[in-house]
Design a protein around this ligand. Structure first.
Ligand code: SF4
Ligand code: SF4
Length: 115
């Protein structure tokens, strides 16, 4: 709920089914949703970043405005491939994400991910 993982440019890409789901949730057409809230990068559709550097759907008071339909990548956090497969990234994530127990070892983190 803190939003640390919602900060930063790019990286939150959407699977085709997710685009439709979010557009429906926002009561928009697919095209309205993509032109208003997404950008195309590296052949993928990604969520836009707002002027404050956070994801365009992050609200400091309400947190994620599309929580029920947020992208799978967001639901995975902090168990995303870049962290599970890289101990240095995991150390950085541990400092940033209050959801990770600071006493947890990398091996235990990976074990929980596999479970
Ligand atoms: S969709 Fe929601 S959870 Fe995902 S980055 Fe944006 S605000 Fe955060
Ligand atoms: S996953 Fe971590 S960084 Fe993201 S909102 Fe939850 S506690 Fe914050």
């Amino acid at each position: 709920m803190c939003g640390e993982c919602c900060y930063g440019e790019g990286g939150i890409f959407l699977e085709p089914g997710e685009i439709e789901g979010i557009a429906r949730f926002l009561e928009m057409t697919r095209d309205e949703y993509i032109s208003g809230f997404c950008e195309k990068r590296h052949g993928r559709v990604e969520l836009k970043t707002g002027p404050d550097g956070f994801c365009i759907f992050f609200d400091p008071k309400k947190s994620c405005l599309i929580h029920p339909v947020k992208p799978g990548r967001c639901s995975l956090w902090p168990f995303c491939p870049a962290i599970v497969n890289d101990k240095e990234n995991w150390e950085l994530a541990k400092d940033a994400c209050p959801g990770i127990n600071p006493d947890c070892s990398f091996d235990e983190f990976v074990r929980q991910f596999k479970e």
